[in-house]
Structure formats: structure tokens, C-alpha cells
Design a binder for this molecule. Structure first.
Ligand code: FE2
Ligand code: FE2
Length: 452
């Protein structure tokens, strides 16, 4: 195996390379700048390359230039940054370092050689396990609609063992699902190579249903399934052209339902199964934010579509409901319950998704800004930028109020009085600028006799 080591201080480069070779059965390729490393990566067979270790400040192509090249071209190649700056992961260049590949890491100089060697050993060991991770999870609820999935389905027995429980093109019955759900199984698995096939089959099914003239209740069910399926896809594969098309059909359908002035109480109830926090939380925000926008007479489809798309995508990197809930708790509490990389993920999830959206074709403008702002607060104490209400994008203020309301009602079946109570609390919290307008709209929406 090979390790690529990039460092402009040649004495250090030679010494550490020698130590790594002595400790691990590998060849260290020694390179003195980022640009030379990129050339080496372009010209050599990389099948045996296990990791890249790189300094940051180098005269001919920095570590940041090299990281950016690797992120774009070899995103699964582990990258260990060695730097004198303890704040490196807070800089723009390395913002995605720890999230883009879980095997990336940062070693602050001066570092102990043993620690670096342990890191490389971890990388090699985790790669040996990779074939076992060649299964991607799919929520059991997706199989309610995908009755004859085109691929085998597996159950996870342990990190090493997956058991096939159904063959491709076999019917998935309600009894079959119930058997596993009763045992507390939340997810089934498909092989990584089948995942795209399954997603395409499933998304086509959702798209077909949404384009038919179904009852509102049925449409809402399929929208929820669509949200879930898209979120699974983006988590497993990423945001690409295949999913943008489905996303636009699903969000258009939710906008259409909103325009028919549905009974919001009933709608919210219908979406809350407490089965999949992320998708239910997201679709509820899309409905509440849509209702507020219509109340403000922002009736253009583009506005409604922006809010629905932002709702669908905003928390995709917080798939773990515990993390999603913690993201609304005060920042002082994060460190008490979460590991540093989880805290980092919470802090950065608005930035990561906004960045991805900016690079993706076919998504409405402003969706990235709404997502970037979605944890800011009216008083300027939010994150990641501590913007105050003057600087927060108006649609984002409506989104933030909607999300706060959804958090309050999630998992409860609030009565009219309880909703009034919640709105009163929000009035105190959001008493400035667009936030104030958003709460007023919320109050009007829920005082509409049709909705109570
Ligand atoms: Fe959220
Ligand atoms: Fe969030």
C-alpha cells in the first residue's frame, strides 16, 4: 500500500516518512507541494493509495488547493491535514474537511507521530470493512408503497452480517412489514449497487401517483413518501439531477395542495406518524411556511416552491433525530451530550447544504439563503453567523417561525387552545421585523374558522 505525504519542510518530510514506513508495511510517496501532489495524483495508478497526509502552508500549491482537488476528484480518498493552526476546520477552505469524508482528520502541529500512525491504521482498518458497508439503509415505511421492489432486501444483523429477507420482484405484504416493525426494525437494507435502481423505481411510483388526480389525503401521503425517498437519496448518493426532478414534482404537488386551502389541523395530523422525524418535520414546515406565505399574499408559485424545497432539504445532514432536536437547543448544551464531530455537524449543517445547493442546477434561487439562515434568530444569537433580524432574509424569517412552531407541535395533537398558547409564546420570542409579521400570519392562519 502507498501513502502520499505532502510537506515542504524536507527534513520533516524525510523523517516522518521513514517512521511511517518503519511502523506500517507501506511505501510513502514524498512530495513537497500541493501542485506537485495533484500532478502525481493525475499521473499515477491510485488503486493502492490509502491516504494523503498534507501540510497546509506550502509555497507551490497549499494543502487547501490539494484538498479541494481531492474533494472534487477522489472524495473517498482519506485526507489528513497537518497544520499549525488549531482553527483550520473553521476556515472556509477546510470547512467541509470533516464532513465530506468521515475518514478525514486534522492533526495540529506539533503532533505526536504515534497519533498520526494510529490514524493511518484506523483508515486502513476501516477500508477493510468497506465491503461490509456496501448496504444502504431504507426506511421500512418506504416498502409500504413499494410493493414489488426490483431488488433484494436485507436485514442488518450486525456490522458484519446482513440477512436477505426478500428477493427482487417479490411482493412485500403488510403482514411481512408488520412482523419486522413489531420487533423494532426501523430500516431495511439494499445493496449499494441496487440503491439507485430502487430509488428510481420508487420515485417513479411517487411521481406517477402525484400526477394523478388523487384525493388530497392520498397526495399528502405520497408527498411524505416522496420527501422521505428524496432525503434518503441525498444522504446516500448526494443531490444530483435525478433527484432534482423528483423534488420539483413533489414540492409542486405540496404547493398545489396548499393552494386549495386545506384544513391545516387535519393535514398536520395526517403527516405526523412519528415514524420518520426528518421527513415529517420537513413536510410540516413546508405546509406551515406555505400557509404563512399565502396569508401574506405572496401567492407566486416560485415563492411557495422555494419554501417547500428549503423545507425538504434543510436538515438532511441531521438524519439522526437526536441531532436534529439538539440543533434547536442552546449551544452550551451541545458539548454536554454530543461528541465534537456531532457538534461540528450541527454547527455546519446550514452551510454545507447551502453550498451544495449553490452547485446544483435546477433549484430555485434563494433556497440556499433560506437554508443558510434557518438557525439564525431574531435577536442575533443564532448560528452559524449570529445575524440579527435586519440581516436575515425575509423568507427565511417565515421559515424560522414555521420551524419553531412545528417543533412545538411535533408528537403532540394540540387542541385549538394549546395552539393559541404556543402562538402566544412565539409572539414574545419573535417580536421584530419580518419575524413579527410571520407570527401574525400564523395567528391569522390558525384563527381562520376553517382551520379550527
Ligand atoms: Fe429543521
Ligand atoms: Fe436545521
Amino acid at each position: 500500500m502507498k501513502i502520499l505525504y505532502v510537506e515542504d519542510e524536507e527534513a520533516l518530510l524525510n523523517l516522518i516518512s521513514m517512521e511511517i514506513e518503519a511502523e506500517l508495511d507501506c511505501q510513502v510517496i514524498e512530495i513537497t507541494s500541493g501542485n506537485k501532489a495533484i500532478t502525481w495524483l493525475k499521473e499515477n495508478d491510485l488503486s493502492d493509495l490509502k491516504a494523503v497526509i498534507s501540510d497546509h502552508k506550502m509555497p507551490d500549491g497549499s494543502g487547501a488547493v490539494l484538498f479541494s482537488y481531492i474533494k472534487e476528484n477522489h472524495p473517498t480518498l482519506p485526507f489528513i491535514l497537518t497544520t499549525g493552526s488549531a482553527e483550520a476546520n473553521n476556515t472556509k477552505e477546510f470547512a467541509e474537511l470533516l464532513t465530506v469524508n468521515p475518514r478525514n482528520s486534522i492533526q495540529i502541529k506539533p503532533f505526536h507521530l504515534d497519533i498520526l500512525i494510529e490514524k493511518i491504521k484506523d483508515i486502513v482498518a476501516s477500508e477493510e470493512n468497506l465491503p461490509l458497508n456496501n448496504f444502504l439503509r431504507v426506511s421500512h415505511s418506504r416498502f409500504r408503497k413499494a410493493q414489488v421492489p426490483p431488488c433484494d432486501i436485507y436485514l442488518k444483523m450486525s456490522d458484519e452480517k446482513y440477512l436477505k429477507i426478500s428477493n427482487a420482484h417479490e411482493e412485500i405484504t403488510e403482514d411481512f412489514l408488520e412482523k419486522y416493525v413489531k420487533k423494532g426494525v426501523d430500516y431495511f437494507y439494499v445493496t449499494a449497487s441496487d440503491f439507485q435502481l430502487f430509488s428510481k423505481y420508487y420515485n417513479d411510483l411517487v411521481k406517477n401517483q402525484l400526477q394523478q388526480n388523487n384525493l388530497i389525503e392520498e397526495k399528502v401521503d405520497y408527498q411524505l413518501q416522496g420527501f422521505e425517498s428524496i432525503q434518503d437519496y441525498v444522504q446516500n448518493i448526494g443531490l444530483d439531477g435525478n433527484v432534482v426532478e423528483t423534488m420539483n414534482i413533489v414540492t409542486k404537488s405540496s404547493v398545489e395542495v396548499m393552494r386549495n386551502n386545506p384544513d391545516l389541523f387535519k393535514l398536520v395530523e395526517r403527516m405526523m406518524h412519528e415514524e420518520n422525524y426528518l421527513s415529517e418535520h420537513s413536510i410540516m414546515i413546508s405546509y406551515i411556511a406555505g400557509a404563512l406565505a399565502l396569508e401574506m399574499e405572496w401567492v407566486t408559485s416560485a415563492t411557495l416552491q422555494k419554501l417547500a424545497t428549503a423545507a425538504l432539504l434543510h436538515d438532511i445532514h441531521l438524519a439522526d433525530p437526536h441531532l436534529a432536536r439538539m440543533s434547536h437547543r442552546p449551544e452550551e448544551e451541545w458539548g454536554l451530550e454530543l461528541r465534537p464531530e456531532q457538534v461540528e455537524l450541527i454547527r455546519r449543517h446550514p452551510i454545507i447544504m447551502a453550498d451544495i445547493i449553490k452547485k446544483t442546477k435546477g433549484i430555485e434561487p434563494d433556497v440556499d439563503v433560506i437554508i443558510f439562515n434557518h438557525h439564525e434568530t431574531a435577536d442575533g444569537h443564532g448560528y452559524p453567523r449570529r445575524l440579527d433580524h435586519h440581516k436575515i432574509f425575509p423568507l427565511a424569517a417565515f421559515f424560522i417561525v414555521s420551524e419553531c412552531f412545528v417543533n412545538e407541535i411535533y408528537g403532540k395533537k394540540p387542541s385549538k387552545q394549546e395552539i393559541d398558547q404556543i402562538i402566544k409564546q412565539l409572539e414574545k420570542k419573535f417580536n421584530k421585523g419580518n419575524f413579527k409579521k410571520a407570527v401574525e400570519a400564523l395567528q391569522k392562519v390558525f384563527s381562520n374558522p376553517y382551520h379550527s
